[in-house]
Ligand binder design. Sequence first.
Ligand code: ZN
Length: 110
Amino acid sequence: MKLNSEKLLGKQFNLLTIEEIDDHHWSRKIAFCSCECGGHTSPRLSDVVRGHTRSCGCLNKKRAKKGKSLVHWNSRRRKYEVIYQGKHIGFFYEEALAKQVLLTQENKNV
Ligand SMILES: [Zn+2]
């Protein structure tokens, strides 16, 4: 893919707006971008255009904040605990049932 730097200036890709392009590295142009969250980042131009880099990193942080979803054995209660996105959902006697509950939660929140 050939990237025309001038045409890409000011364009928005996902959360990033390209403000400046450093053309000096012929093989990998650097795009100086502002992010919708107010942050800044300077990834490779091709990564921005192709969507490999979609934010200054705030998107990843948001995703991480959601927390873990899992079924784990709670030895104190002697039951299976269902955690969905970091929140306690409930305790269950059977692992299969706990997994079913977690699956239902996940389907609800797609
Ligand atoms: Zn951001």
